[in-house]
Structure formats: C-alpha cells, structure tokens
Design a binder for this molecule. Structure first.
Ligand code: ADP
Ligand code: MG
Length: 496
C-alpha cells in the first residue's frame, strides 16, 4: 500500500485512455471520486500531463477548480469546444446522458470521435446510469468504476488523517483500510468521519466503529452480511474442474459490458457432501473474481415465519443490486425449505419463482454463488440449465485431493509437509471430507504442542484414529447425495 501503487480504478481508467479511444462513457454515481481519478489519469504517469476540464449544465466549464474564461453555450456548445480545443485534454461531461436523445448531439459526438482520434483529446460522459444510444455503441468505450480497492482506500485514509493532522503508520492505516473494504468511497469517508466524531481521533482503536458502520450500511435489510475473509483458490484442495471453470469465467465476467448478456456468467450452484468445501469454494469465488462478497442468510430469511420471508427475500435481492459488482453468496440455499416443505402455502413456490426470475434479470455485475447440502429439496427448475451457468457436485476427495488438502492445512499452520508421510495418511483416509482432514491436522498439532515437540509422523499417524468420518456414520445419506448428483451435476473434481 505505497503511495506510488496504482488503484484498480485508476488502472481501468488509464487503460481506456492508453487505448486512445476518444469517447468514453463512465458510469458511476460517485461523481467526486470519478473526477478525482480522472484528474489523476490526466496528470499522467511520467510527465505526459493533460489538461482536465469538467462541464456540467449548472456550473458550466471548469478548469483547475475555476470557471473557464471562455464559456461554451449549452451542451451542444460544449461539444464544439472539445472539437476546436488545440491541446491534449480530458473533458468530463457530467450527466451528458441526458442530452443523448438529441440527434444533433449524437451526431456531434460522432464528430468528436473522428476529430479527437489521435489528438490526445478525450470526452468522458460521466453518468450514474447506462444510457448509450444504439448508433454510438461502436464509438463509445464503456466503463464502470470498480469498488475502491486497498490502494484507493489507503489514499482516502491518509487524506483524512492529514486533514486531522494525525500521523498514521503504514500498518495502522492498513488496519483501517481492511475495516473499510466493501464500502463505496463515499460510504468509507462517511464511516471514517463518524468514527472520528465518536472517538475524537483516527487510529486503529476506531476499527470496531468502522466495522459497525459497515454492518449498518450493508444490513439495511438485516439479512445481508459483508464477508471480509474470502479464500484464495490455493486454499482449496482438489476440485480442479471447478477451479478451471472459475478462472475461465472470470475473463468473461470482466468483459461483461461488451458481451451479449446470455454468455456473461450469472452464477453457480455448489452441492455435495457436507464438509467437502462448498462454503470454502464459494468464498474463493470472490477471491478469483476479486470482488467483494456478500452473504444472504437464508436462516434469517425464514426466521420470522413463512409469511414475512417472501418480502424479506425479495428486499435482500433488490438491495444487492446496489452493490454490484459483487459476489452474492446464498449459503445453504435449501435452508428454511427443509423446515417448511411440509406446509403447502404456496409461499415457497413464490419465493423460488421470484429467485429464478431475479437470476435472469439481475444486473450483469452480480454473480451468484449458491451452496446446498440437500439439493433434492430444491425445485427442479432451479437446477435446470440456464438459471445457473453450472451445477457442480463436490464429492468426497480422492487420494490425490486428500493429499493436497493435508498439505494445505499443514502449511496454513506453519508446518512443512515435506517431513511427514502425507501420502501415507492420504491413502489411509478414504471416505474422509476436507473438514475431517483439517480436524485431523489440528488434532495432531495439538498433541505435538502438548508434548512440546515439533509435529512429526509420531503425532500425525495416531491422530487418524481420533476421527470417525461422516461417510461411515451416515453412509446412507452420503450415498443418497452421491447417487442423486450423479446425473444431475458436473463433478467438481477431475475424473480419474
Ligand atoms: N477441498 C478442500 N480443501 C481444503 N480445505 C477444505 C476442503 N474441503 C473442506 N475443507 C476444510 O473444511 C472446512 C469446512 O468446509 P466447508 O467449506 O464449510 O464445507 P461445506 O460448506 O461443504 O459443508 C473448510 O473451511 C476447510 O478448512
Ligand atoms: Mg457450508
């Protein structure tokens, strides 16, 4: 988080400028933030400085924070101004989507495209909504601002600290940044200022207040939780097919604005044996896509009875539309259903009907990761192709996968697996889930620690006996899930 690092948003803006596309449509409701980023882009990386002009119908043309000497007349005059301007510059046109209905304006924008090409001039339409007329599609480079990342939030934290005259060490600033992740830029600023008002200072002691603020903002509906701890894909052992699918889909997702909607990834459903990494994989989706993760709590949706569930669920889904781009995680989506599936109120049917329609209509920037244990409780349409891009079945891991999982959990706890008979324990744990393997590693570490010795086979091998795998105790159920999934889902693991 150094001063020189470039935030993702700035990099995205610089990319379009570097690609020399003179007509840019930047969709964002965070106008100040967008203008600040464009100013940074105009300031250039190394000397290549451009002028920045900002136009709005109320303030006219501004340059360097002051009214420009020559004021163009209205939106049409503004476009003429861009065309005759002689030096490289970025022109920010606030709310210009309002004028795109006018044929003359549209024509003039296409003139700008031709006139500014190779002239180092850029017209940036800055608008909170996407409204690009058909005939401009080819000329316009469309861009949305990604949520502020660590670098950008770091800049905000430093700026606010400076305003207060407070010194903040790099690691202290980082703690604040972590607490702010998942908020928009304005929300983050608001959260900082509120925390400062409460505590009278800005240092790591305000972290709980920042987190509380985040909870309040995200939980407007009471059902949505921002999940800060996403999992790197390397933390997930096995499931190679799923991993490959995710990395491929990430590219498609990022190009979503230039693709037809039907090929933009919408979501995936993970089902399978309990403890085989469904929740872990869902968290890793956010990591692969590098997006904030929000979880919708299905238990809470149904907590106040079936009567209220319908509205609560719809509200939660709608609220998510405001946080796009993001990953929405419905964990154990069949929850609540199992408690209510005897009741024939029709409410459940309506909830699912709503969900399926919403999956089709939600903004492209939302990707759904749903998990289910008892997928046989879900209605058939839910699994049918077209709703989710793919239904994956996470089975009990095979021997190679178990070895990977052992190694992951040993390394996570600072133990080098090289000195241990990992292959042997992997071969002796047929039928174990990832969760059970993790439990076994923890048990071994505890016994070694109690003996005050480093972890060796002496402690790892006996710990195998401490765990009785679920696939033994609940053989019937596990077999039921497996046979159900056999012809309804794609195996997440590579076939052996
Ligand atoms: N494939 C795996 N690779 C690494 N760890 C795993 C794997 N599967 C399960 N685990 C461990 O077990 C824990 C519980 O798994 P979880 O994802 O909650 O299972 P599920 O949601 O399928 O019931 C995870 O947090 C992780 O530590
Ligand atoms: Mg789970």
């Amino acid at each position: 988080m150094t001063q020189e690092a470039e935030s993702k948003s700035l990099a995205a803006i610089r990319d379009v400028i570097d690609s020399a596309r003179p007509l840019i449509y930047l969709q964002s409701s965070e106008e100040d933030r967008a203008c600040a980023l464009l100013a940074q882009a105009a300031a250039g990386r190394g000397g290549a400085k451009m002028d920045l002009f900002v136009w709005s119908v109320t303030d006219g043309l501004q340059h360097g924070g002051r009214s420009a000497k020559a004021q163009p007349e209205g939106p049409r005059g503004m476009l003429d101004y861009v065309i005759v301007h002689e030096k490289p510059a970025i022109f920010v046109l606030k709310d210009f989507h309002e004028y795109l209905g006018d044929a003359e304006i549209r024509r003039r924008l296409r003139d700008i495209y031709a006139a500014c090409m190779n002239a180092g001039k850029f017209a940036v339409i800055l608008a909170p909504v996407r409204r690009i007329p058909e005939e401009l599609h080819r000329e316009v480079a469309y861009l949305t601002l990604p949520p502020p990342d660590v670098v950008e939030l770091g800049g905000l934290v430093r700026e606010e600290a400076e305003r207060l005259g407070a010194g903040l060490a790099e690691d202290q600033a980082y703690m604040l940044v972590r607490a702010l992740q998942g908020l928009t830029f304005n929300e983050a600023r608001h959260a900082i200022r509120r925390a400062v008002a409460v505590h009278g200072k800005l240092d790591p002691s305000v972290v709980p207040t920042l987190q509380e603020e985040k909870r309040l903002l995200v939980r407007k509906t009471g059902l949505i939780e921002y999940v800060p701890d996403t999992a790197p894909i390397e933390d997930v052992g096995g499931v190679e097919v799923l991993k490959k699918w995710l990395t491929e889909r990430r590219e498609l997702f990022y190009s979503r604005e230039s693709l037809s909607a039907e090929i933009v990834p919408k979501g995936l459903l993970l089902m399978g044996v309990s403890g085989c990494g469904k929740s872990l994989s869902a968290r890793s989706v956010a990591n692969v896509f590098e997006l904030p993760l929000y979880r919708i709590d299905m238990v809470r949706v149904f907590a106040e009875g079936l009567g209220r569930a319908e509205r609560l669920f719809a509200d939660a889904c709608r609220a998510m539309e405001e946080v796009a781009p993001a990953i929405i995680w419905f964990d154990e989506i069949e929850m609540g259903i199992s408690a209510h599936h005897q009741e024939s109120s029709g409410v459940l049917d309506r909830i699912f009907a709503f969900f399926l329609t919403w999956m089709q209509e939600k903004p492209l920037g939302l990707f759904v990761a749903a998990t289910a244990n008892r997928i046989d409780l879900l209605p058939a349409e839910m699994i049918r192709k077209g709703r989710f891009d793919q239904v994956f079945f996470l089975d009990l891991p095979d021997k190679d996968e178990r070895q990977q999982i052992f190694e992951i959990h040993l390394r996570k706890r600072g133990v080098d697996p090289a000195g241990l008979s990992v292959e042997l324990v992997a071969s002796r744990t047929d039928g174990w889930t990832g969760a059970e393997i993790e439990q076994c590693v923890v048990a071994a570490i505890i016994s070694a620690r109690l003996a005050n010795e480093p972890l060796t086979d002496k402690y790892l091998l006996p710990s195998l006996r401490q765990i009785v795998p679920l696939s033994k105790t609940m053989k019937e159920q596990v077999n039921h899930i497996r046979s159900w999934a056999f012809d309804r889902a794609v195996r997440a693991s590579a076939k052996k």
